[in-house]
Each structure stands twice: as C-alpha cells, then as structure tokens.
Design a protein around this ligand. Structure first.
Ligand SMILES: C[S@@+](CC[C@H](N)C(=O)[O-])C[C@H]1O[C@@H](n2cnc3c(N)ncnc32)[C@H](O)[C@@H]1O
Length: 237
C-alpha cells in the first residue's frame, strides 16, 4: 500500500504510538498504513455510518489486519474509551464538526498524546477552539493534490497553559507554524485565502443589508495582503 498527498501528510504527523484511533475513518487507509509500517501496535477505526465501515472492513481483509484493528460504529470520540485515547486522527471533515467532536469529549481529547487534525474547510474555527481549550499546535504543514491545498495540524493539550490565549484574527486563518517553518506551499495558501477574502469583502460591500462585520473582514484582508507582501516581496498574484 502507498499513501500520497493529504493522507501521507496525515500519516507523517503520527508519532510512534501504542493505539491509533482514527475517527471518521471511511476507508481505514490511514490506520492500515500505520499498522503496516509499525507506526502503532494496534488501531481503532471508527465511523458513524455503516457504509464506510464496510469499506474499512475490506481494507482490513486485504491487508490481513483483522487481529490488530478494531472497527467501531459511533459518534466521534464516544466510540473510544478514556484509556484508549492515545494518538487520535480526525481528518477529512469540516472545521466546525472537528471542534464539536473534540468539544463533546474534551477529557478524552485532552488525554491524547497527540491529535492530528485535517479540516477540509472552515479551518478558521479550529484554532480559536484549540486556544480556548488549552491545546497547542506543535506542527503543521500543507500539501497539494491537483489544484487543492490541504492543511494538517498536530496538536497536544498543554496543561501548563494557564489562561485561554486568544491570538490575532490573522493567525486564525494562517497558521503561525506555516510561517515559522516557511512551508513551501505557504505563498499559494496565502494567495488562495486572499482571493477568498476579497470575495467575502466585495460581497459584503455590494449587499443591500447591514454589514456589521465589514470592517473586521476588510482588516483581515489588509492583514493577509501585508503578510504576503512582507514574506514574498510583493510578487504579483
Ligand atoms: C470525507 S470522510 C474522511 C475519511 C478519512 N478520515 C479521510 O481523511 O480520508 C469523512 C468520514 O467521517 C465520517 N463521520 C462524519 N461525522 C462523523 C461523526 N460524528 N463521528 C464519526 N464519523 C463521522 C463520515 O461518515 C465519513 O466516512
């Protein structure tokens, strides 16, 4: 089996561990690959729908992993117990759902050695949630599949973090880690986000209804543009 792109980046962020829990597994390719490469000793793959678990079962059979991977039907982290929360992957879902799944079972999320998150959209809701609940982003990176860029975050609960720490609006949408690591895809990510933000601002400016957030959205657009200029010397978009 070979993984590439998004799935490979998720796999690369998984540390050596005992039990890997893949929440919303669908095809179960991530835990299967982790087992085959001995990144973990056992795996639990969960999904809230039966259909994906049928697909996951086929992956298990194809690679003879039935004795070391459990398949479970259930909602989010409810499908695992407290002592099973070792390394958790929540990938391929929207940012809102990801924060709901973590928020609904916060004790389990806090107990994990590491959580790998891969929000497909609404990424900007994920970081404020993490900051509010004492999670720290310890690694993050981008990958490209065709035209689409994907972001993967590795987070840990940091019990020494005292008061909730809310950061700049800009860093809700562009991870500081991507800037610090000079991620090779950061400029593309920033350009995509600037285009999206221009659409939001232009849409608000032309709307007939009151636009209470317009100033805030304009400020975010200016911040994104100036970050891009600062990092990439005003190259044309
Ligand atoms: C797009 S797939 C992503 C599969 C895989 N994690 C990946 O990244 O390629 C999303 C999966 O999450 C499952 N899912 C959605 N909501 C869920 C929830 N509350 N609890 C568990 N699984 C859920 C869906 O049934 C679906 O199989």
């Amino acid at each position: 089996m070979k993984l590439k792109g998004r799935l490979k980046l998720i796999y690369d962020m998984i540390p050596q561990c005992d039990t890997l829990c893949d929440i919303g597994t669908d095809h179960a390719l991530i835990p299967a690959y982790a087992l085959l490469n001995k990144r973990c000793r056992r795996a639990i793959a969960t999904d809230m729908r039966k259909g994906p678990l049928v697909q996951a079962k086929q992956t298990l059979k194809a690679y003879n992993l039935q004795s070391i991977m459990d398949l479970r039907l259930g909602n989010g982290l409810e499908a695992i117990s407290m002592d099973e929360a070792d390394v958790i992957v929540i990938a391929g879902m929207g940012g809102v759902l990801i924060t709901e799944l973590m928020g609904n079972q916060l004790d389990k999320a806090k107990k994990a050695k590491r959580i790998i998150l891969q929000p497909m959209y609404a990424q900007e809701v994920v970081r404020p949630f993490l900051w509010q609940h004492g999670f720290t982003v310890i690694d993050e990176a981008l990958t490209r599949e065709g035209k689409k860029l994907y972001q993967v975050l590795a987070v840990v609960y940091d019990e020494t973090a005292s008061a909730p720490c809310m950061k700049d609006h800009l860093y809700e949408v562009i991870g500081e880690g991507l800037i610090n690591n000079r991620d090779p895809l950061l400029e593309d990510w920033l350009c995509d986000r600037i285009k999206k933000q221009r659409k939001i601002v232009n849409g608000m400016r032309s709307a007939a209804l009151p636009r209470p957030n317009l100033e805030q959205e304009e400020e975010l657009l200016r911040d994104l543009e100036s970050l891009r200029s600062k990092l990439f010397n005003n190259r044309g978009m």
